[in-house]
Design a protein. Structure first.
Ligand code: IMP
Ligand code: MG
Length: 190
């Protein structure tokens, strides 16, 4: 029996964004940030787990100095839809008071995570606070949110790959795929 990774990648029609499209966008966002933060040393915060690949690609493209830190929040569990309830699973380690903080997200769907993170991290008194998200789903927000740097606007479909998971799997792919119904059923049976 082939792995879920093999089943998904066997059909190139499932690809929404290729490795090249993603890397080109990452470069563009990194150039914007490097330009906007010249002379500053921002702290970039990776929102685990989904952002881990985007984050590492992004920081490698920056020409400014930066620090990195990690937070982990959970809202999805293993489901396709946000539970609406957000838990902090790992706090930041670096003191953020007076710092220029950039939060790096993989995807914004309902907007609840970004809304929550902004409220929470603002309380730590950073000098500035901005958000980056590689993907933004259109027409799915349930709260108002701001995101200063964004990559691709996409539709409502569930996507996986490049850090994004279904049931903790398929994060390992360098492309972003639309989840095929067949695979969803196969993974649900496991
Ligand atoms: P939000 O709080 O609804 O905006 O969702 C944000 C989080 O849900 C993201 O950081 C992802 O981890 C996860 N998420 C939202 N949409 C998808 C998707 O299509 N595929 C995989 N994860 C998703
Ligand atoms: Mg996430």
């Amino acid at each position: 029996m082939s792995s879920f990774t093999e089943q998904l990648t066997a059909d190139r029609n499932n690809i929404l964004l290729t490795r090249e499209q993603i890397q080109e966008k990452v470069k563009k966002i990194a150039a914007q940030i490097s330009n906007d933060y010249q002379g500053k040393i921002p702290v970039l915060i990776c929102v685990l787990n989904g952002s881990f690949l985007f984050f590492t690609d992004l920081v490698r493209q920056l020409s400014i100095d930066c620090e990195v830190d990690f937070v982990k929040i959970s809202s999805y569990g293993d489901a396709l839809k946000s539970s609406g309830k957000i838990d902090v699973l790992k706090h930041v380690d670096c003191p953020l008071e007076g710092r220029d903080v950039i939060i790096v997200e993989d995807i914004i769907d309902t907007g609840l995570s970004v809304h929550f993170l902004r409220r929470w991290l603002k309380e730590l008194n950073p000098a500035s606070l901005r958000f980056v998200s590689l993907l933004i789903k259109e027409g799915t927000a349930v709260v108002d949110y701001e995101c200063e740097y964004s990559g691709f606007k996409i539709g409502k479909e569930f996507v996986i790959g490049y850090g994004l998971d279904y049931r903790q799997l398929l994060r390992n792919l360098p492309e972003i795929y639309i989840m095929p119904e067949m695979l969803l059923q196969a993974m649900d049976k496991k």
